[in-house]
Design a protein around this ligand. Structure first.
Ligand code: CUA
Length: 361
């Protein structure tokens, strides 16, 4: 038996080192920043307020529960000591009902206050069926739309975001431009399955449901770019369904919006004219709209001002000529399951097509 005791003692030494390592690791993690913990707008700030109250309370509750547990496990009952039922009952009543009740009430008051604050202006207002026509339509009769500095409609597609500025007549994809320090109403819907619209630095998640509209709000204090991500599993392209939210000064936004509202320019050089013909011959126009050329395509993103976007394929690739070429020839190897088939074509055709796409500024 002697050896086993020794072994136990030896084993007992390791966990302390591990515990220290775990604590060190936690301290290191504490230096990390996540968008949800560094709110950049009014709504995320309010949600963060909630976290700042809930997190310390949770830690205290966790520690107290653990201490009580260890006390119950390891306390030694003195010889002859009977069970003190009265003290036990008082402890259960106080620790099991009264104290948790008080904590719950404190949390509930705070949470409800924040929810009301975020949703009174924010209103997760859902409208069914017939009102789906609202999406993409300029509509100032809505109370929310009157409060908003900008209205943006977003439709969840397979697996990208169609972004519409209904009052400006603009259709684009995967990128929302908005004024800094302003209230932006985002009306959400989906064309197929459920998605969830989430820009962690600016607001919480909002489900996008086919056949109904959910409203959410964006607000950003500063000019910057914030990553968004689909937060509801929606199929094979889910992880690569990202978007970019860009907050700009009033003037920059105006320049952006007025440029986006224009139709695509006519190609002028021999190569770009040929590229436009390739675009039509290859059937690209069946899925992609280019205002000024063809409005029919609805399956893929509108390409009228493709070059104004920072990324393609819903945040999968940086929008460079090389990446555009790779995407056209074999998008399935880049984002498996996306709706675009491979388009192998002679190099001269591809170069002409790329030259034409380069004109879509
Ligand atoms: Cu869309 Cu997940």
């Amino acid at each position: 038996m002697h050896w086993s005791r020794k072994r136990n003692r030896a084993r007992a030494r390791v966990p302390i080192r591990r515990v220290l390592a775990a604590i060190l690791f936690c301290l290191l993690l504490a230096g990390c920043t996540a968008p949800v913990l560094t709110p950049q707008g009014y709504f995320s700030d309010r949600i963060h307020d909630m976290w700042q109250l809930m997190f310390p309370i949770s830690i205290v509750v966790f520690v107290v529960v653990l201490l009580t547990l260890f006390y119950a496990l390891f306390r030694q009952r003195r010889p002859g000591e009977g069970e003190n039922l009265r003290a036990g009952r008082t402890m259960v009543l106080f620790g099991g009902a009264i104290l948790p009740g008080i904590v719950m009430i404190i949390l509930m008051v705070e949470v409800v206050a924040i929810l009301v604050d975020v949703s009174l202006i924010g209103g997760q207002l859902e409208r069914q069926g017939e009102n789906r026509g609202l999406i993409g339509q300029p509509n100032v009769a809505e109370p929310e739309a009157e409060v908003a500095d900008l209205v943006v409609d977003v439709i969840g597609r397979h697996w990208w975001w169609e972004v519409i500025y209904p009052n400006q007549g603009i259709v684009t994809a995967n990128e929302i431009h908005m004024p800094e320090d302003a209230l932006v109403l985002v009306r959400l819907t989906s064309d197929g399955v459920m998605h969830s619209f989430w820009v962690p630095a600016l607001n919480g998640k909002t489900d996008m449901l086919p056949g109904s509209i959910s409203n959410t709000w964006l607000h950003g204090y500063y000019t910057d770019a914030y990553r968004g991500q689909c937060a509801e599993y929606c199929g094979i392209g889910h992880a690569k369904m990202r978007l970019l939210t860009i907050t700009q000064t009033e003037e920059d936004l105006e320049v952006y919006l007025s440029r986006e509202a224009e139709p695509a320019p006519e190609p002028t050089t021999e190569e770009t004219i040929r590229g436009q013909a390739v675009f039509v011959e290859q059937g690209c126009a069946a899925c992609h709209a280019i205002r000024g050329l063809s409005d029919a395509g609805e399956i893929g993103p509108d390409l009228t001002h493709l070059l104004s976007r920072r990324e393609i394929a819903a945040g999968t690739l940086v929008n460079t000529r090389g990446n555009r070429a790779g995407w056209i020839v074999d998008s399935q190897s880049i984002k498996p399951g996306n709706m675009m088939p491979p388009f192998p074509m002679p190099p001269s055709d591809l170069q002409a097509l790329l030259a034409y796409l380069d004109t879509l500024e």
